[in-house]
Ligand binder design. Sequence first.
Ligand SMILES: NC(=O)c1ccc[n+]([C@@H]2O[C@H](COP(=O)([O-])OP(=O)(O)OC[C@H]3O[C@@H](n4cnc5c(N)ncnc54)[C@H](OP(=O)(O)O)[C@@H]3O)[C@@H](O)[C@H]2O)c1
Length: 305
Amino acid sequence: MKDIKKVVILGAGAMGAFFATRFFDTDECSAAVIAKGQRHEKLKSNGLVVNGKKYAIPVIHPDEDISPADLVIVALKNHHLPEAVHDLKNLVGEQTTIISVMNGLDSEEYIGSVYGMDKMLYAVSVGIDAVRQGNRINYTKPGKHFFGDAINTHVSKRVRKVQDIFSLAGISCETPADMMRMMWWKFMVNVGTNQASAVMRAPYGVFQSSANARALMEDLMREVITLAKVAEVQLSEKDLDDWYTVLDTLSGQGRTSMLQDIEAGRKTEIEIFGGKVVELGKTHGIPTPVNQAVLRIIQVLEQGR
Ligand SMILES: NC(=O)c1ccc[n+]([C@@H]2O[C@H](COP(=O)([O-])OP(=O)(O)OC[C@H]3O[C@@H](n4cnc5c(N)ncnc54)[C@H](OP(=O)(O)O)[C@@H]3O)[C@@H](O)[C@H]2O)c1
């Protein structure tokens, strides 16, 4: 398998701009973003401004007849995936690896159903605090990015190539032996923190100081711990503690993406958090009353946007 020389990002928002500009800044590979219509025009004329630095990153159109990418990073919000996934049709070849840094449990399978699961690696990003306003993206913490095959007791050549290019781009990364457990851990964190923050309008500082805020977050997370067993993933109270070690390092004013969406009157990703928990609960006959209640509240808040 050849080294990664060409990286393309689908979804040049907060996360996508972080990756696109990190790869753009290396001499080791070329980086581009892909978009059509007005997004394409805007990206071409305005570029991206990341932590105050302006970038004129090449912009690809999905209908261009171009050679496949070595690595594609998908960084869309969940509700944009069905429409946008087909824009990669000319970029995915035999040797292409695709990573989705999107939250939730399902984007890998969704993209894999179009291009083949053999192209996919699983990924989650932890501790990055990227925020976007228009084409301006800011982050103070670049976070750590976990990816790999489902099981990595033996690390594949494909994963090693991606590790190499992430390291060259100065992106902190790790490949856990059990990637599915990592996916579920991040899912648990998102279900608890994003949703509790959105219903309470609470930045991270509230979770650092209020026992009641922590209790709501934990109740939401414990329903995920129960559901994980059905997927043969072992999560426990220790995993809650591991989240607190990350949470306590975050800025007290920092806001989850769901809270930012609610405050800005945007659609949230509720369907991949509470929506997914409730769906899994129904499928397996496991009660999920706390997620059910919070899901309803957030859907009401969304209707008011
Ligand atoms: N932000 C973080 O720090 C962070 C951390 C961990 C995980 N995540 C996850 O990463 C994912 C992306 O989050 P984000 O914060 O980066 O969201 P975001 O800032 O809203 O970025 C999404 C980008 O996708 C673009 N897009 C939508 N439809 C498209 C299409 N058809 N073709 C090309 N581009 C399209 C959007 O453009 P428009 O604005 O024009 O619609 C936007 O620039 C989410 O699943 C989120 O939960 C985010």
